[in-house]
Design a protein around this ligand. Structure first.
Ligand code: T46
Length: 130
């Protein structure tokens, strides 16, 4: 996991951030999805991915992401539209503390595939050999 700061192209009109696949991010983007109108107090995620790599951006508002590799847990705050959180495969994630106005946008390396999800924590630890 790493937080990546993207360049802001600001001028008197405001800000613009550009993201180019295989240049700014280390994979081809096969899918984009975003979540909004997240209900207060809700926690999402609770899974890991076998192959999928993603970059998460809170393009509006804020939220927190818990990342867990099976040994170390880390919580990251996303509250800047120009900061992305790169999450490799094999990492358990939970998203929480969404602000009312939060828009969480995700760039993903693969098409949607339910078979890529590990949704049970014990199964995740087993998959990691822990
Ligand atoms: C992840 C975190 C950050 C689709 O039909 N296509 C899609 O591309 C996605 C992502 C979801 N869906 C459907 C499947 C479910 O019926 O949308 C519904 C909600 O998905 P899910 O419960 O998996 O959402 P989250 O917020 O728990 O997790 C999502 C991504 O699924 C996951 O890959 O890493 O955001």
């Amino acid at each position: 996991m790493k937080k990546v700061k993207f360049q802001q192209h600001g001028d008197l009109r405001g800000q613009l951030v550009a993201i180019e696949e295989e240049i700014d991010i280390p994979f081809k983007v096969k899918r984009v999805y975003f979540m909004y109108d997240t209900v207060s107090g809700v926690r999402r995620g609770y899974h890991a991915h076998k192959n999928l790599k993603q970059i998460l951006f809170c393009v509006h508002g804020s939220c927190k992401v818990l990342l867990d590799d099976g040994l170390i847990k880390e919580t990251v705050l996303l509250d800047k539209p120009y900061e992305g959180l790169y999450i490799e495969n094999d990492i358990w994630r939970e998203m929480f503390d969404f602000s009312e106005d939060a828009v969480l946008m995700v760039l993903a390396s693969e098409h949607y595939n339910e078979l890529d999800y590990i949704r049970d924590y014990d199964e995740f630890l087993k998959y990691k050999g822990l």
